[in-house]
Design a protein around this ligand. Structure first.
Ligand code: AMP
Length: 358
């Protein structure tokens, strides 16, 4: 696919959560038609997409029919099973490509890739059992964090090790899954860069946002982040470096720790990112439109920040504050999830805190 897809073309989206929903809205606003593939019925994206296939990830005929019905396929999460990707890729291009997925699906591959680019990451070592954990701890020291290599998100599949005595419990928390020990980074703050790369190789980064997590889940993103001009350009250059090395087409989220010694890359997500939701109200072209533009071969849009924004996630019973939030003047984005559960992302609000300085 080299020519830009025309309006009326169909974009396949793997995964029907809130990110899939907001991608489908962006596609629809550009005159494109979104077809979502999601195993769970009644998903947030199905409420807004032109079409939805409800089928499991191992349903090869459903995957093939889905692929045939669209012009390009993208995804809202990086853990789509490999066999499903193989079935789709035999029929239609997947953007961002398989290398972006492979690197971000597995923490050891991710850290090795990032370190190979010359970027700074926390010290890390693979862990399979008590012996390799002991070796890793001897090398890296404490405090450290043991993380599952795959399927970790929102701080899940992680155990902190403050002293050697914590090791057995941490290993048990991995439930036998291959793991990675990471040295604990004493960071001043966490920031992220959401950036896009077009099919023509052009790169456009949104301004870095400053992130606050609670219980491993993103609570707020504030732009501008408290960064020096040099740190800001470093952050953007790091994202561009990663995008180019992956030959990535689409949006990426790069999470960084800010330390006195410089920026440390924590992890990358080869997709639109929760810390980029502020762009919906802080920029002319937001991360969702930028992603759809990129995967459809369109030129990237202008993602310059026009306003300072605080994005707050609405998690679980934050929804009790809905009447006040509705009246607050903030931009409200709700995901259409019927059931409120503790820890479940139900929506977010973007509060404009002022015009971006020119
Ligand atoms: P992750 O799932 O790797 O993004 O981790 C979730 C959160 O845990 C991060 O946003 C950090 O707040 C914290 N965290 C993860 N890895 C480290 C580390 N090596 N040092 C300090 N904090 C970490």
């Amino acid at each position: 696919m080299t020519d830009p897809l025309p309006p009326g073309a169909s974009v396949g989206i793997l995964g029907g959560g809130q990110l899939g929903r907001m991608l489908a809205v962006a596609a629809s606003r550009l005159g494109l038609s979104a077809h979502v593939y999601e195993p769970q019925a009644g998903c947030p994206a199905a409420q807004v997409a032109a079409r939805c296939t409800t089928a499991p990830w191992d349903d090869a005929p459903a995957l093939r029919a889905f692929a045939r019905s669209v012009d390009v396929v993208t995804y809202e999460f990086e853990n789509v099973p490999t066999a499903a990707l193989d079935a789709i890729e035999a029929i239609r291009p997947i953007r961002p490509g398989r290398r972006s997925l492979a690197v971000s699906q597995e923490r050891l591959a991710e850290k090795t890739f990032l370190a190979g680019l010359g970027l700074t990451v926390a010290p890390f070592a693979p862990v399979e059992d008590a012996a390799t954990l002991a070796e890793a701890l001897a090398r890296i020291g404490t405090p450290a964090i043991l993380k599952t290599r795959m399927l970790g998100y929102d701080g899940k599949g992680q155990a902190r090790i403050d002293r050697a005595a914590d090791a057995p419990a941490a290993l048990q928390a991995m439930a036998g899954a291959p793991a990675l020990l990471e040295g604990f980074v004493a960071f001043d703050r966490e920031v992220s860069v959401v950036a896009a790369r077009g099919a023509d190789g052009s790169v456009a980064a949104f301004d870095p946002g400053e992130n606050v997590h609670r219980d491993g889940i993103l609570r707020t993103t504030t732009v501008p982040a408290r960064l020096s001009a040099a740190q800001r350009s470093d952050a953007v250059l790091i994202a561009a470096r990663i995008l180019n090395a992956l030959d990535h087409v689409g949006v990426i989220g790069v999470e960084l720790f800010v330390t006195p010694a410089g920026l440390i890359v924590n992890e990358i997500a080869p997709r639109v990112h929760n810390s980029g939701h502020w762009t919906q109200n802080g920029c002319l072209i937001d991360q969702f439109e930028q992603h759809i533009r990129a995967v459809c071969g369109w030129p990237l849009g202008d993602g310059t920040r026009h306003s300072d924004v605080v994005m707050e996630n609405l998690i679980g019973h934050d929804m009790d504050r809905l009447p006040a939030l509705m009246a607050s003047g903030a931009a409200l984005h709700l995901y259409g999830k019927a059931e409120v559960r503790a820890g479940r992302k139900m929506g977010h609000v973007n509060r404009i805190t002022g015009p971006a300085p020119r």
